[in-house]
Write a protein that binds this ligand. Structure first.
Ligand SMILES: [Zn+2]
Length: 284
């Protein structure tokens, strides 16, 4: 008995050490998108940045142990105050830094109403983790000479998604409504839906032209063509799965048959072909 407890404890400690080491190894890289817009990558969702005379606004903040590194990366872009944070949705790899960032910079965190509700209902979260200003449909920031539109997308990746459109710079941050060149994660238990996800990409595409730079939630900066390819993949793989479902194939049988050679390159570490098929099969 003692031995089993000790083994379990050891496993827990080992995994925590591993996690800490993983964060220690993470480097925050900054990519310039235009004069005032940047993208930071580290571990977790891509961070969008507006930096200029008015200060700094960021879109998402990855994980708490990365807050210092994110702050020094922002310091490297502009020695200005971090004033605003927008959470594109509630997931921990996009909101994990909220409490620390608030504490370090006295910044105000904005998000859709449901982001706050979901974080509030998570027993592991504290008041400091929650967004302070919430909205139902969206909000606009008039900041650094830009109009930054934040717009809610209903029932897509979750039930609290927003995307962010920099009008002058012609840059979009999609949140997790786009994974560039990868099968997406759709949080069906968090209010997401496959049909809503497809609708969300169509809504975003209406703001995209040939010169638009699109920061996805995960993956490299995308072009209009990448967004169209992503939408096409969603529609085509959904059609494959729903056609088979309609003639009575079980999900296990569809997994065995696979989606075909054309879609293999979209599978990755977290969303394998099997996981994507299960999402499409269940995903309304
Ligand atoms: Zn997410």
């Amino acid at each position: 008995m003692m031995k089993r407890v000790a083994t379990a404890l050891f496993a827990l400690m080992a995994s925590q050490t591993l996690l800490a080491q993983n964060f220690d190894d993470v480097q925050i890289k900054s990519e310039k998108i235009n004069d005032s817009v940047y993208m930071l990558t580290g571990m977790g969702g891509n961070i969008g940045v507006s930096a200029g005379d008015d200060g700094i606004l960021i879109i998402d903040d990855q994980f708490a142990p990365l807050a210092e590194k994110i702050s020094s990366s922002l310091e490297g872009i502009a020695g200005k105050k971090l004033r605003y944070v927008i959470n594109t949705h509630y997931h921990g790899d996009h909101t994990g830094g909220n409490a620390k960032i608030k504490h370090m910079h006295d910044a105000t965190v904005f998000a859709h109403d449901n982001v706050r509700v979901r974080l509030e209902n998570d027993p592991k979260k504290e008041a400091a983790d929650l967004p302070v200003v919430t909205y139902a449909k969206g909000v606009k920031f008039h900041f650094n000479g830009e109009t930054i539109h934040v717009r809610h997308l209903p029932h897509a990746h979750t039930d609290g998604d927003s995307y962010v459109y920099f009008e002058k710079a012609n840059v979009i941050h999609t949140g997790d409504v786009m994974f560039n060149k990868m099968f997406p994660y759709i949080d069906l238990n968090g209010g997401g839906s496959v049909a809503g996800y497809i609708r969300a990409i169509e809504i975003i595409l209406a703001d995209v032209n040939d010169d638009t730079k699109v920061m996805p939630g995960h993956g490299v900066v995308a072009t209009k063509q990448d967004v169209e390819n992503f939408l096409n993949m969603l529609k085509e793989t959904r059609r494959i799965v729903l056609d088979k479902k309609a003639v009575g194939d079980s999900v296990e049988s569809i997994i065995k048959q696979g989606l075909g050679e054309e879609w293999q390159s979209w599978a990755w570490q977290f969303i394998s072909e099997e996981k994507w098929i299960r999402t499409l099969y269940d995903g309304r």
